[in-house]
Design a protein around this ligand. Structure first.
Ligand code: F6P
Length: 740
């Protein structure tokens, strides 16, 4: 636009200069013609008047001169003596131009005469001096003064018309040029789009020469993307993730927003502050990413000593043993926590998104708090952001509105939102009274990630049903208000190698220590389950499968134990309290049914276990049963695999977890089908060592490749691609029309 305005100003300037030059040229020529004309007219008048004037003197001569000046252009006529004296002049002769003002050359004029145009305040005058053909010696001079002011008047008119003509020509020219430019721009972009849409090999040879430099740019971009694509599949490490951030995204730290904090400071009964690692798949996955990338993790400060250890800006450096990133804690009031976390997030969205037969509860008061807290987190991100275009990783269903609020504050931010739980089908999603607002909120993101393609498809169908936006099914994206949001599957994972597995004691040691702590024999067969106490985890179905196993196989009585670690979770919600009671009652019933002195088959530990204790349990187990009824991914399955560097142990895995799509060497079960789940447990307990090793080796190789650095790296690389495409599109200036 600026260039166009500059060009227009230049054009106007040039046209004005041209018009001025042309009118000056024309006026000079007109003056020359007028002078010639006046000289001729003067000589004609002189020769016509000469015979009569020759004889005349005094009054007679004046009368003759008066008769001459009747000509409208002749202002005056006079007879002068050669010495400059006036003999006689016509009436009204302009005195300043009289005989005595004539220069010497005029007084000495021969029969050719003398002419001169002189300027005056009221316009130019033309003087002609012609000697009279008479006997007196020296002969008298006839002086004629012509009015030339008409030349100036004509010059003014000419100048006006010339400017007008040039303006008209300029205008017509500009209009014609803009029509021609528009037409050629259209044809250029059409041809360019054709070239870009066709396969490269087909176009490189045949494309017009003017497109060759651009094509080579695009070709470079495509091949670098292809190279990246190939490289993104394997070999992901913390160092490589750092490189991606450094090379592709300028190396700035990332901002993570998650409700749950990676470290909770709790004061125990003795008044000592200790650090707790929460039981959270999200934290398990994201914490190693933050260690690699550094930056700031913004979370709800939920520990009772959280705000005793922060600085003035509510920051604390973590991990506590080797700090590399900041944890920014947000204080939430009791009402905010109740409405936003317990209410809308966990009584509304959580049951809405999981097929676990719990009724979602949606209350307006909770919704108010949900909006309010999302806004507060958006403010916190804006405060923490050191640039106008930060990279923000928004985590989970607690923050569906945050991407939109954030986009309003930081329009150039790269916002990657990851939804850690399943996304329901469009019909079920419509149960939520604020379905459109949630979708709008999420579409503030640059990229929205889910664990599986099926959840991406459900999301796109929800957008299709409840929003007015353009879906690009080929690119898996939504375009709204001219901005594109990519919808992609990024199966989450754990860090590899796992630091907890690395720090753990050798398997034999864990085997013995765990059995000793549980008070069971050294050779006991041990199955384990590790979960938050949540109704989506299928803990009741798990116990029922153990019960069926014991019904069917009396040989296992007194030999097999199942240890369930269940971390209390969301305990103020009625559904969770009810589950807690049912799980305890079920374990008691089964233990009473089969138990005998020295053997109670189910060991239920409803307390929080720190990661080292959980890893010891994994390493001591003969099998791990993950029986979730519906789960986005389930990282317990992957952690069990990571813990078993001895290649032993069998994973029994619910087919309703995202993990079942990757860990196909596990024994995959339907947890609702108690009989076949019991069969799988039985199969696991007798599986030959060699088969265990084969299965475990395959799963370990997969988890080591598809680790959490790849998860984060792929998202960040997709963000880089999106940024590059935007840049290319703006270079081509064809914006949205560019084929992607
Ligand atoms: O599964 C969703 C999720 O946010 C997980 O990422 C995490 O494991 C779990 O819920 C934690 O729940 P909360 O933070 O409510 O204890």
């Amino acid at each position: 636009m600026r260039a166009a305005i500059r060009f227009l100003l230049l054009l106007v300037g040039c046209l004005a200069l041209l018009a001025w030059g042309a009118s000056a040229l024309f006026n000079r020529q007109a003056m020359a013609w007028a002078e010639r004309d006046m000289a001729m007219r003067a000589r004609l008048a002189a020769s016509a008047a000469s015979p009569s004037l020759r004889e005349a003197t005094g009054t007679a001569a004046r009368k003759l001169l008066d008769a001459m000046v009747r000509d409208e252009r002749l202002m005056g006529a006079a007879l002068c003596m050669r010495d400059g004296r006036l003999e006689v002049a016509s009436n009204g002769f302009p005195t300043p131009l009289g005989c005595n003002a004539l220069p010497a050359e005029a007084r000495e004029a021969d029969e050719e005469g003398w002419d001169r145009t002189i300027p005056g305040p009221l316009g130019a005058s033309h003087l002609t001096v012609v000697p009279m053909a008479e006997d007196t010696e020296p002969p008298r001079l006839l002086l004629l003064v012509h009015d030339m002011s008409f030349v100036d008047r004509r010059a003014d008119t000419t100048r006006r018309y010339t400017f007008l003509a040039f303006a008209l020509v300029g205008l017509l020219g500009a209009a014609a040029a803009s029509v021609v430019a528009r037409l050629s721009w259209l044809s250029w972009t059409t041809q360019l789009r054709k070239v870009l849409l066709a396969p490269f090999r087909a176009t490189s040879a045949t494309a017009p020469r003017r497109f060759q430099p651009l094509l080579s740019d695009v070709r470079d971009l495509v091949s670098s993307l292809a190279l990246e694509e190939a490289r993104t599949e394997s070999g992901w490490t913390p160092e490589r993730l750092q490189q991606v951030l450094r090379r592709q995204l300028g190396g700035e730290g990332i901002l993570v927003v998650a409700n749950r904090e990676p470290y909770i400071h709790e004061r125990d009964d003795a008044g000592e502050v200790r650090v707790v690692h929460p039981a959270s798949g999200l934290v398990t996955a994201l914490e190693p990413v933050m260690r690699a990338c550094s930056g700031t993790w913004i979370a709800h400060g939920s520990g009772n000593a959280d705000f005793d250890v922060v600085d003035a800006k509510d920051h604390v450096r973590v991990p506590p043993d080797r700090p590399v990133y900041d944890l920014r804690r947000l204080r939430l009031s009791k009402e905010e926590e109740k409405g936003y976390y317990y209410g809308f997030s966990n009584e509304g969205l959580w049951p809405l998104c999981h097929i676990a037969h719990a009724r979602p509860e949606f209350r307006s008061a909770d919704w108010e708090q949900y909006q309010r807290v999302n806004r507060r987190f958006a403010d916190a991100v804006a405060e923490e952001s050191g640039s106008p275009d930060p990279i923000v990783l928004v985590q989970d269903y607690h923050f569906a509105l945050l991407p939109k609020y954030l986009r309003e504050r930081l329009p150039r931010a790269t916002i990657l939102t990851f939804w850690h739980i399943p996304w329901p089908n469009a019909e079920r999603f419509g149960i939520c009274p604020w379905e459109r607002e949630l979708l709008e909120g999420l579409l503030g993101s640059s990229i929205i990630g889910f664990h599986t393609q099926a959840h991406c498809t459900n999301f796109l169908e929800s957008v299709d049903r409840y929003m007015e936006s353009r879906l690009d099914r080929e690119r898996h994206s939504v375009v709204q208000g001219g901005r594109e949001t990519l919808v992609r599957a990024y199966p989450i994972s754990i860090d590899w190698p796992s630091r907890w597995a690395d720090e753990a004691a050798p398997v034999a040691e864990c085997h013995a220590a765990v059995r000793r702590e549980l008070g069971i024999p050294e050779d006991a067969l041990l199955g384990v389950g590790v979960d938050r106490l949540d109704y989506t985890k299928g803990i009741e179905e798990r116990f029922l499968a153990v019960e069926r196993l014991l019904e069917r196989e009396p040989g296992l009585h007194g030999r097999f134990w199942f240890a369930q670690v269940a971390a209390p979770s969301r305990t103020i919600i009625e559904a969770y309290r009810g589950l807690n009671e049912r799980v305890e009652a079920l374990a008691t019933r089964i233990n009473e049914r089969f138990g005998r002195p020295g053997w109670r088959p189910i060991i239920l530990a409803r307390t929080h276990h720190e990661p080292p204790a959980v890893f010891r349990l994994y390493r001591a187990a003969d099998l791990c049963y993950v029986s979730a009824l519906h789960d986005g991914m389930n990282l317990v399955a992957k952690e069990f695999v990571a813990a078993r560097d001895d290649l032993r142990g069998v994973l029994v895995l619910s087919r309703f977890t995202g993990a079942a799509r990757e860990l196909s060497e596990a024994l995959i079960v339907n947890p609702y089908d108690i009989d076949s789940a019991a069969s799988a447990l039985s199969e696991a307990l007798v599986m030959p060592a060699e088969e265990q090793e084969d299965r475990m080796r395959a799963m370990r190789s997969l988890v080591s490749e598809l680790n959490v650095y790849r998860w984060a790296g792929k998202m960040l690389l997709d963000a880089t691609r999106a940024r590059r495409r935007e840049r290319l599109a703006s270079r081509l200036s064809i914006g949205k029309g560019l084929p992607r």
